[in-house]
Design a binder for this molecule. Structure first.
Ligand code: ATP
Ligand code: ZN
Length: 305
C-alpha cells in the first residue's frame, strides 16, 4: 500500500517536540491489540489509542505508534517505514524479512502446525510431499516442505482453512493453533509443529545502528524487562520463629537474600522475599512446613534486576 505507507511516514514524522521519535507499528484491531496496548501503558507510555486512529504520539516518550494490519507490520519494520513493530513471530517468519527480534513479549502464544484429517493415512509430513496443502501462510508452508525435500501444491486461503480437508479442497493444512480446539472441531490431527510463536518486539536493523534511536530502544527494552520480570515473581512476607530461618532460606533464597526484620516478640522475625510464580504453591507448602506463619503474598508491578 504505497499511498498509505507514505501517509503514515509523513504523519509519523511530525513530532510535537520537534525531535525524531521512534516509530512503532502495532496491530490495530485483533488478538494482539489489547495485550500490546496494556504492555505499552504498563511501561509508562501515555498516548491516546481510541477509535479509528491510524497513529498517535506518546506524550512522555519520543515514540509514535502506528496502528495497522498485523500482516503489514513485518514489511513496515523490514523496509524501515517504522523502527519497531509488535507482531507475532509467525508473521515475521511468513514474510521472511530481515528484522531483529529484540524481545519475546509473553502473549499471543500459538503454533504453526501441519494437520490432516484424523482418519487420513498420514502419520508424518513427509507423506504429504505430493499432496495439496491449504494454508493462509503459503511462504512458511512452502519453505517447510522444501526443507523436508518436497514441493507440494499450496492453496492459499485467507480464512477458515480448517474446513478445507473435509470439503475435499486439500489433503492437509498448515495453520495456527493455540489450544487445538479448532483443529479438533474440524476432525483434524496435528502431524508436526513448524514454528512456536508469540508476540515479539522486532526492530529494523538500520534503526538499531543509529545511536540516538538505539538509546531510546534500550530504554523501552529495560522497561519491558522490568514489567515482564515482575510478572514472573510474587512478593512474600511471613512471620517465623528465628530457629526456622535456615529451613526458610533453603526454600526462598530471595533475589540476593531475603530481608529479615526482628519482630517485637523475642525469638520471632519477619521475612520478606520474592519467589518465582512457577514454584509458588510448592514454596508456600514448604514454607509452612518449615514453620512460617501469616504468609502474605502480593503482586509486583515492576522489577528491575
Ligand atoms: P489483522 O486484521 O490485523 O490482519 P488477523 O485476523 O490476521 O488480524 P489475528 O487473528 O488478530 O490476526 O491474530 C493476530 C496474531 O495473534 C497471529 O498472527 C498470531 O501471532 C497470534 N495468535 C495467537 N493465537 C492465535 C490463534 N489461535 N489463531 C490465530 N492467531 C493467533
Ligand atoms: Zn492479519
Amino acid at each position: 500500500m504505497p499511498d498509505a505507507t507514505t501517509g503514515f511516514t509523513q504523519a509519523l514524522g511530525r513530532s510535537p517536540t520537534g525531535d525524531q521519535p521512534l516509530k512503532l507499528a502495532v496491530q490495530r484491531s485483533g488478538r494482539l491489540t489489547e495485550p500490546t496496548l496494556d504492555l505499552l501503558h504498563a511501561i509508562g507510555l501515555q498516548f491516546e489509542s481510541y477509535g479509528q486512529r491510524l497513529f498517535s504520539h506518546c506524550r512522555n516518550f519520543p515514540l509514535s505508534i502506528l496502528y495497522g494490519r498485523d500482516d503489514d507490520i513485518p514489511g513496515y519494520v523490514g523496509l524501515g517505514t517504522v523502527d519497531l513493530g509488535i507482531v507475532g513471530r509467525n508473521l515475521i517468519h511468513e514474510e521472511n524479512v530481515a528484522v531483529e527480534e529484540l524481545a519475546p513479549l509473553g502473549f499471543g502464544y500459538c503454533e504453526l502446525v501441519v494437520a490432516a484429517l484424523r482418519d487420513a493415512p498420514y502419520s508424518e509430513p513427509r507423506q504429504l510431499l505430493g499432496a495439496r496443502i491449504a494454508t493462509s501462510y503459503p511462504g512458511s508452508a512452502r519453505r517447510y516442505f522444501q526443507g523436508i525435500g518436497g514441493d507440494p501444491e499450496i492453496i492459499t486461503i485467507s480464512g477458515s482453512v480448517e474446513v478445507a480437508p473435509s470439503l475435499g479442497l486439500a489433503d492437509a493444512i498448515v495453520e495456527l493453533t493455540a489450544t487445538g480446539s479448532t483443529l479438533l472441531l474440524n476432525d483434524l490431527r496435528p502431524l508436526a509443529t513448524i514454528l512456536e510463536s508469540e508476540a515479539v518486539l522486532a526492530a529494523n536493523p538500520t534503526s538499531l545502528a543509529d545511536p540516538a534511536k538505539r538509546a531510546n530502544v534500550d530504554r523501552l527494552l529495560m522497561r519491558i524487562d522490568a514489567v515482564r520480570a515482575a510478572k514472573r515473581y510474587k512478593y512474600l512476607m511471613m512471620n517465623a520463629p528465628e530457629a526456622a530461618l535456615p529451613a526458610i532460606r533453603a526454600v526462598v533464597p530471595g533475589l540476593k537474600a531475603p530481608t529479615i526484620v526482628p519482630l517485637a516478640d523475642p525469638g520471632w522475625v519477619a521475612v520478606h522475599t520474592a519467589v518465582e510464580e512457577d514454584a509458588f504453591w510448592e514454596s508456600i507448602e514448604r514454607l509452612r512446613a518449615a514453620g512460617a506463619t501469616e504468609i502474605l503474598v502480593s503482586s509486583l508491578e515492576k522489577l528491575l534486576l
